[in-house]
Design a protein around this ligand. Structure first.
Ligand code: ATP
Ligand code: MG
Length: 369
């Protein structure tokens, strides 16, 4: 494939025909929706090939169109113009049965895994495995496979737990096991490590990479974390306001970005990454008094423009004592993160957190007293 590096860079036009060795192809795909402010294009003129067996990272700031791209792949939405071809089929041309068949070959996992509370984790993973099992005794084979997967994600001892009994990180690992249980040809991961601490996140990525390479499945992973892409992706696709501004082998794009948008994004991501690294490196040791909470704010959206910390302190009558901060202004917007001790009435802090989230700041409560 290295011969194709140059021709698959974003500036080189590709042929109109889907490539034979591609699991997924986009040909001049645009997705436009109607909003109160008129039509808005979420994905613009995207032409891409995702090779069979490749591990792809789709990166971009919040609102860049990453989740929309994934939804076009599994037919949750269809293009306004252009063609999305998945496993040899034009997704928009499929009837309900065709779409169901295609989806049975695709697994998805997002930030919040949707497990059935009525079932144990083992049962849920076994159900997914059973769908792919042609063995003589499908139940037994599915259960054995589910057990093996749960062991690989270090959840064997919690196999009989129900979802509400697992931590966020454990549920994510269960979701990765379930995603691979049905032997999919394509896996779509949307910000799977967003709810993880650093070590857990890396472990999940390692598992995704390992399972992908064992099964030969094609993985498309949407994230705003460059570290995630560097960790496990062979290829990178950089999205900016719906456009693919650059794509190619991860190493080539990161070491020698060809566009200003990619450079800006890499710069932004590195300042976000610094906050994560600071958090991972040492727990900011703070003795919280009653009523205090240690909270991380991550600015990942390109439309966060207000000075939000001073605004929430005034608006909600709370104090914020900043412990760590690494925020850069990229374009007009702050990108990066802050870790601070929030102090004030419980209710006011809760309202402040809700307000920050409504402003598209990612808020994580690290510890509280
Ligand atoms: N159904 C819709 N109607 C109108 N606008 C939408 C719709 N779905 C998404 N958008 C907008 O399209 C843009 C792209 O959204 P998308 O969810 O794909 O971004 P993203 O890159 O996944 O962002 P994030 O990192 O925040 O998850 C955003 O500005 C979003 O608000
Ligand atoms: Mg998204």
């Amino acid at each position: 494939m290295t011969d194709d590096i140059e021709t698959t860079r974003a500036d080189a036009p590709m042929g109109d025909e889907p490539r034979a060795d591609a699991a997924i192809t986009f040909r001049d795909v645009t997705k436009t929706v109607l909003t109160a402010d008129g039509p808005k294009s979420l994905i613009k003129n995207v032409t891409l090939d995702f090779e069979e067996g490749g591990v792809y990272g789709v990166i971009g700031l919040g609102g860049a169109g990453k989740s929309t791209l994934l939804k076009l792949i599994d037919g949750t939405i269809t293009p306004t113009s252009g063609i999305v071809d998945v496993l040899g089929e034009n997704v928009a041309g499929l009837d309900d049965r065709g779409l169901a068949r295609l989806r049975s070959r695709i697994s998805r996992a997002g930030v919040f895994p949707d497990f059935d509370e009525e079932r144990t984790i083992l049962e849920s993973v076994a159900v997914a495995a059973g769908e792919a099992e042609n063995a003589e005794r499908p139940d037994e084979a599915a259960r054995a496979k589910a057990l093996r997967l749960l062991r690989e994600v270090s959840l064997r001892s919690q196999k009989d737990a129900h979802p509400s009994q697992l931590s966020g990180g454990e549920l994510q690992r269960a979701a990765v096991a379930r995603a691979f249980a049905s032997a999919p040809r394509i896996l779509l991961f949307d910000e799977v490590t967003a709810a993880q601490d650093h070590i857990e996140g890396r472990e999940i990525l390692r598992l995704i990479r390992q399972f992908a390479k064992e099964s030969g499945a094609t993985v498309v992973l949407a994230t705003h974390e460059i570290a995630t892409v560097k960790e496990i992706c062979d290829h990178i696709v950089v999205l900016d306001r719906g456009f693919v501004v650059e794509e190619g082998p991860t190493y080539a794009v990161i070491s020698d970005p060809q566009t200003d948008q990619t450079r800006v994004f890499l710069e932004a991501a590195s300042s976000l990454g610094k906050v994560d690294a600071l958090l991972a490196g040492h727990d900011p040791v703070v003795d919280l008094r009653p009523g205090q909470k240690l909270i991380a704010l991550r600015y990942v959206h390109e439309d966060v423009s207000e000075p939000l910390v001073s605004l929430v302190t005034r608006k909600f009558g709370i104090d914020v004592n900043i412990m760590l901060a690494d925020v850069q202004i990229v374009g007009k917007y702050p990108i990066g993160g802050i870790v601070g001790v929030f102090e004030g009435p419980e209710r006011n802090i809760r309202d402040a957190v809700a307000f920050l989230r409504s402003k598209k700041v990612r808020v994580e409560i690290l510890s509280e007293n």
